[in-house]
Structures are given as structure tokens and as C-alpha cells.
Design a protein around this ligand. Structure first.
Ligand SMILES: *Cc1c(COP(=O)(O)O)cnc(C)c1O
Length: 455
């Protein structure tokens, strides 16, 4: 048998529906609240920002939601994505564990994000929207939405966290190649951006700030809506094609995972792989351990507080009950730009609170150690974000070796790192810092959480 085993599904097995975990939860997540009234938000509150179809998905409790054919048509270019068994890696780790990975780096933008950007562009186009605004950290989301905008004929305006804008000119060039406009955030194009610049002209920016800018612009114009690349229920929903395919592919391999692992920034690639497995478990099916892997420098699930908070720094968004580091949080510089969000998806936070998933935090050096060994055995250079999942896989595989148990581990390789080679260069040069998020700064940010009567 060859070292690399690949499980491919043909086009007939491209999922026809997305899976909605809300249908199978033992209790519903806490409501999303209007920041002014403190009451649950309704569709009208969200209508300036999102098309009705996506608002409907946001609150739906239907188990299966049909994927419109024009979206499947686009998905077919790279989906079903491959599932691999990492035999060379297993040998290198000398572990009895069986390691499988679902590879989402095969999309045009190089990550899982087009699974939702394509869907969001489609629904916006259907409802007559001509322009989308969004934020991006390292640039994966901006480039994924730029790609989808190009396919459906929408203008895309991206607010990119300034530090990344300066460090990652190639991601910016990719967005421009797809026809999007990209601005460094904080910018002087919005009131939110100007307010930050007045306080700190050298602000490196943050996702929270960039979200405020994009939301502010979308709220101003009827032809413009806002698009978010993670966190929201409809985004997680679109990503479930990953797990739905993986269940079939694991069956082709005659197995089922004992452990499912994904890295977690806002929670979307993690949820995309894990929710279909969790849903089976909740409906009385196979048991499975589910682990979210996050950075020690931005540890919302492992060190944050489960509380109502804003999604952005300018406090324009509704209040979501989630694990948060506080919306004023500006993470220390580290390389996994896609994992630098202060909060966590409300749905992922809710199932963590219910004890249905575990979380692990990792420093970046051990993540790059694992990613490099992965590249040297499996050939694919992981995105720095994905390397957090790989670190957890290594830790679980090493535990299997110690206990002599042969667990089956499945993880999401959410993207490739071809635009992140500067991070690898820093790692090889020994220039990475492994910082915990400062406890004093964390307590200060948490002290500023909004007071919510419903709690
Ligand atoms: C954006 C990104 C992430 C983090 O976002 P989630 O919503 O938590 O999935 C992880 N991996 C890659 C490759 C990304 O681009």
C-alpha cells in the first residue's frame, strides 16, 4: 500500500444540504441582544447588514438547509475536497494512532473560507445588493470574498488590519487581482476608523476595529451589505459541507474518528468539520471527542469569560453571549492572523459551556514545530492557523503512544501556508516569541464588558 492514502468522493456526493446543529442541541443558545434595548434582535434589526436569506439561516432550527444549485456549481470546482490518511506522519511520530485530515487548501483562495464567501455572495446578489464590505485579518477572508465577488459580479471593499496590510502585500495583491478594493484599517474613510486614529495614529489595527469600519459603511448605503467570514451561525452552517463529506470519506476508509480536531479563530472551520459529527452523537450516534485548538496569545475559549459582548471595538454590532477576551482586546503580534479575534462564535461558545467540546491553547513555536514536521512528511505546508490543530493532533498522537492505544484522529487542515512563508522564515530564524496574553490587560478588558440585564 502506498504511504499516502487519499479518499476522494465523486461529484454525485457533493452535499445537497448544509447541516444545522441548532436542530439537535439539548438547549438553544442564549439570544443575541440589541445593544440599545437589551432585547433579543429581530430580522429587522439585521436587515441593513445582511440579506434576508442569510438572516433566515442565522435563526433557523431546520436540521437540513438546501444548498442552491448555483452555489453547488461553484463548489464543484474543488469539492468534495480530499481526505487523506497521514501514514508518513504516523510513522514519523511512531504512534499507534491513525491520523486523517480533510484538506481545505484546495479551494481557489487556499482555505475553507470560500465555502461561505461563495454562498454569501450568491444570496446578496439574489437580493439586489451590488456592493459588499468586510474586514480581514491576515487576508484569507478578504481574498475569499474578493474571489466570490468576482464570480457573482459584486463590488467588494475590504478593511484589512493595518499590521497585516503592511506585512502581507501578496494577500492584498490577491484581493486586487480578484478586483476588490483593499484599505488599511484603521482608515480615515469611516468615523470608527477616524476615532481610533485620533487616539492612536500608529494603531496596528485589530479585527474588532476593521469590523466597525465595514459595518459602518454597510449600514449607510442601501446597495451595500456587510459580510463576515466567521463567528455567525450562517457562516458555520455553510462550512458544514466539510464534515458532511468527511463522514462519508471516513466510511470509505472503514472507520470513524474517536477524536475530531480543528483550529478555532472565530470557530467556522472547526464547526464545519465538527458539527456534523457532533450532531450524530447528539442524535444517539457514535461518541466522539471534539477539540478546538487556539493560540495562547488569543485564548478566548481557554481563558476568556462566557458573557455578552460586542463583536467589534466600535460597539456597532449586536451583543452575543460568547467566550470573549473583551472587545477592546488587541492581541500581541503573532503569526496566525486568522486566529486573532477577541471573541468566539456564540454557537461554539454555547457547546463549550454545555461541555460538548474541549479546548486547548498552544504557543506558536510548538505549532510551527508540528507544521514543519507535517510538511516534511505529508508535503503540504500548513497555514499558521491550521498548525494549531496539528499541534493538538501531535499531542493526542503522543498520548496514544504513551498509553498504547490506537485512536483514530481526524483534523481539519483548513488551508495552506503559501502566503505565510514569512512566518516560517521567522520561525527558522528563531524570531518567534511565545507570549501568553497578559493577565492584567485581560482583566482590564473584561472589566469593560457591557452590563446586560438579561444575565
Ligand atoms: C480564517 C482562517 C482560520 C480561522 O477562522 P475560523 O473561522 O476559526 O475557521 C483558520 N484557518 C485558516 C486557513 C483560515 O484562513
Amino acid at each position: 500500500m502506498s504511504d499516502t492514502v487519499k479518499y476522494l468522493l465523486d461529484e454525485q456526493h457533493l452535499p445537497k444540504t448544509w447541516y444545522n446543529l441548532a436542530a439537535d442541541l439539548p438547549e438553544p443558545p442564549p439570544p443575541v441582544l440589541h445593544p440599545g434595548t437589551g432585547q433579543p434582535v429581530g430580522p429587522d434589526d439585521l436587515a441593513p447588514l445582511f440579506p434576508m436569506a442569510l438572516i433566515g439561516q442565522e435563526v433557523s432550527t431546520d436540521r437540513e438547509i438546501e444548498i442552491p444549485e448555483p452555489i453547488r456549481e461553484v463548489y464543484r470546482q474543488w469539492r468534495p475536497s480530499p481526505l487523506y490518511r497521514a501514514r508518513r506522519l504516523e510513522k514519523a511520530l511512531d504512534t499507534p494512532a491513525r491520523i486523517f485530515y480533510k484538506y481545505e487548501g484546495v479551494s481557489p483562495a487556499g482555505s475553507h473560507k470560500p465555502n461561505t464567501s461563495v454562498a454569501q455572495a450568491f444570496y446578496n446578489k439574489e437580493e439586489g445588493v451590488s456592493r459588499l464590505t468586510t474586514e480581514t485579518g491576515a487576508g484569507q477572508w478578504g481574498s475569499s470574498l474578493a474571489y466570490a465577488g468576482a464570480l457573482f459580479g459584486l463590488e467588494v471593499e475590504v478593511y484589512m488590519v493595518k499590521v497585516s496590510y503592511n506585512q502581507k502585500p501578496y494577500r492584498r495583491a490577491l484581493m486586487e487581482t480578484y478586483g476588490a478594493q483593499c484599505y488599511a484599517s484603521p482608515s480615515d474613510r469611516t468615523e470608527s476608523g477616524k476615532a481610533i486614529l485620533a487616539q492612536d495614529p500608529d494603531s496596528p489595527g485589530s479585527l474588532g476595529i476593521a469590523i466597525s469600519e465595514a459595518v459602518e459603511l454597510a449600514a449607510q448605503r442601501d446597495d451595500t451589505k456587510y459580510s463576515l467570514g466567521s463567528v455567525l451561525n450562517h457562516v458555520l452552517l455553510h462550512q458544514t459541507v466539510i464534515g458532511t463529506e468527511a463522514i462519508e470519506q471516513m466510511a470509505m476508509a472503514d472507520t470513524y474518528p474517536d477524536i475530531v480536531i480543528g483550529c478555532a479563530g472565530g470557530g467556522s472551520n472547526f464547526a464545519g468539520l465538527a458539527f456534523p459529527f457532533l450532531g450524530r452523537k447528539l442524535r444517539g450516534g457514535e461518541d466522539v471527542r471534539i477539540i478546538a485548538a487556539e493560540p495562547s496569545a488569543c485564548p478566548s475559549l481557554t481563558r476568556g469569560t462566557f458573557a455578552y459582548d460586542f463583536g467589534d471595538t466600535g460597539h456597532l454590532t449586536p451583543l452575543v453571549k460568547m467566550y470573549t477576551l473583551g472587545s477592546s482586546f488587541v492581541p500581541p503580534g503573532f503569526h496566525a492572523g486568522g486566529l486573532r479575534y477577541h471573541g468566539m462564535s456564540g454557537m461554539v461558545s454555547h457547546i463549550k459551556e454545555l461541555g460538548l467540546i474541549e479546548a486547548q491553547a498552544h504557543h506558536q513555536t510548538p505549532c510551527f514545530d508540528a507544521a514543519t514536521q507535517f510538511a516534511r512528511t505529508e508535503g503540504i505546508v500548513p497555514a499558521p492557523e491550521s498548525s494549531h490543530a496539528i499541534r493538538s493532533v501531535f499531542d493526542e498522537a503522543e498520548a496514544c503512544k504513551r498509553d498504547g492505544t490506537a485512536k483514530t484522529i481526524l483534523f481539519n487542515l483548513s488551508g495552506h501556508g503559501h502566503f505565510d512563508m514569512a512566518a516560517y522564515t521567522d520561525y527558522f530564524a528563531g524570531n518567534l516569541e511565545d507570549r501568553d496574553y497578559d493577565e492584567g490587560a485581560l482583566q482590564a478588558a473584561l472589566a469593560a464588558l457591557p452590563q446586560v440585564a438579561a444575565e
